[in-house]
Design a binder for this molecule. Structure first.
Ligand SMILES: C[S@@+](CC[C@H](N)C(=O)[O-])C[C@H]1O[C@@H](n2cnc3c(N)ncnc32)[C@H](O)[C@@H]1O
Length: 330
């Protein structure tokens, strides 16, 4: 999750040489949108909402007929309508999520299940999406620590240090591999010794965001492509983000409005640019119904300025203050 950032070093020391950042391509006024409504690469409801919300569009399930529909095999995911069911069933079953619920979750330790499984399910879905669109490249992972353009910086250090996060990654990636076995017989291991499941799970941990719609709880998590995930954190952000639900029963029509924040980086791998171009020019039905994110300007921004959002909840005083101290001290 974005929040993994806050426990480590001061902000300005963490960006590596291959780090991406987003800059304004023109001056932008207060409250103006910097991005289109970006469709997700992958989403997953938190376990607590699997029986109250639609796993495809994240809307509340109807309490009146027509009743919600569920997957007949695993009975673990529910949909608000037949459109949502049909748009999601391919990714639910082919990503291994259905198998994960039906068979593999039983192999997980109870502490693992108590903590929730949305990160593992989002990772299964992310890998499926990236594989379907030819965005998984071992070269990119070996050379620049990216998968589908998403940063996986720090994975080796986290695994070497051990501890709870490393344990969760190792256990989760093993569950993912066994759930994916039905479609991928051979597991991909990169030259750095990491499996594609480990890399995808870490990418979800550092690139996903909690999805909150109006004043509801955090319903689940979503992973977006470079046009959202390349925004860096600041304790004094000049932009913020919010979610919108895709219109019900409507085919995904690509929002082609211009991005007003564009990536900037020296020396990044060509694959990362490929991932950005894929998303920028995309007419693909990215996450047909999932919650979309929009980045909006909260302070006037000049052309060329870096655009930053905050990864932390500014209303949670303790977290905010400790991070603020770190930012001020740099
Ligand atoms: C979602 S990515 C942000 C985009 C990232 N810079 C990239 O190259 O893809 C999150 C990661 O970016 C880095 N990051 C984001 N904001 C940062 C900041 N203010 N200072 C240092 N590193 C930051 C951290 O490594 C973090 O785990």
């Amino acid at each position: 999750m974005f929040s993994l950032l806050r426990e480590t070093e001061p902000c300005s020391r963490r960006k590596g040489p291959m780090a991406m950042e987003m800059r304004a391509r023109e001056s932008v006024g207060m409250s103006e949108d910097l991005t289109r409504a970006i469709a997700p690469y992958a989403t997953a409801l938190h376990d607590a909402f699997l029986h109250s919300h639609c796993s495809s569009c994240f809307r509340k399930l109807p309490s009146q007929p027509p009743c919600a529909m569920s997957c007949m095999l695993c009975c673990s995911v529910q949909y608000c309508c037949s459109d949502c069911l049909s748009s999601d069933c391919e990714v639910h079953s082919s990503s291994g999520e259905c198998c994960f619920f039906a068979d593999h979750l039983k192999k997980a330790s109870s502490s693992y299940v108590t903590e929730g499984t949305s990160d593992v399910r989002a990772s299964l879905r992310l890998l499926y999406f990236l594989e379907m669109h030819g965005l998984v490249s071992s070269d990119s992972i070996n050379r620049s620590s990216r998968i589908g353009g998403l940063s996986t910086i720090g994975i080796r250090e986290v695994l070497e240090e051990g501890g709870e996060v490393a344990e969760r990654i190792l256990k989760g990636s093993m569950l993912m591999s066994s759930a994916r076995k039905m479609r991928t017989q051979t597991s991909v291991v990169f030259s750095n010794g990491l499996t594609v499941e480990i890399v995808a799970l870490w990418a979800v941990m550092i690139n996903s965001v909690e999805v909150q719609i109006s004043d509801e709880w955090d319903l689940g998590i979503a992973v977006y492509g470079p046009s959202f995930s390349w925004f860096n954190h600041s304790c004094f952000p000049n932009a913020s983000y919010s979610f919108v639900l895709a219109p019900p029963n409507e085919d995904y029509v690509s929002d082609k409005s211009e991005y007003r924040a564009v990536p900037a980086s020296k020396g990044v791998a060509p694959d990362a640019w490929h991932a950005w171009q894929f998303e920028e020019g995309s007419t693909h039905a990215l996450g047909k119904y999932g919650p979309r994110v929009v980045v909006r300007c909260i302070k006037p921004i000049n052309k060329g300025d870096e655009v930053c959002i905050t990864y932390i909840d500014l209303l949670q005083t303790r977290g905010f203050l400790s991070t603020l101290e770190k930012c001020v001290s740099t």
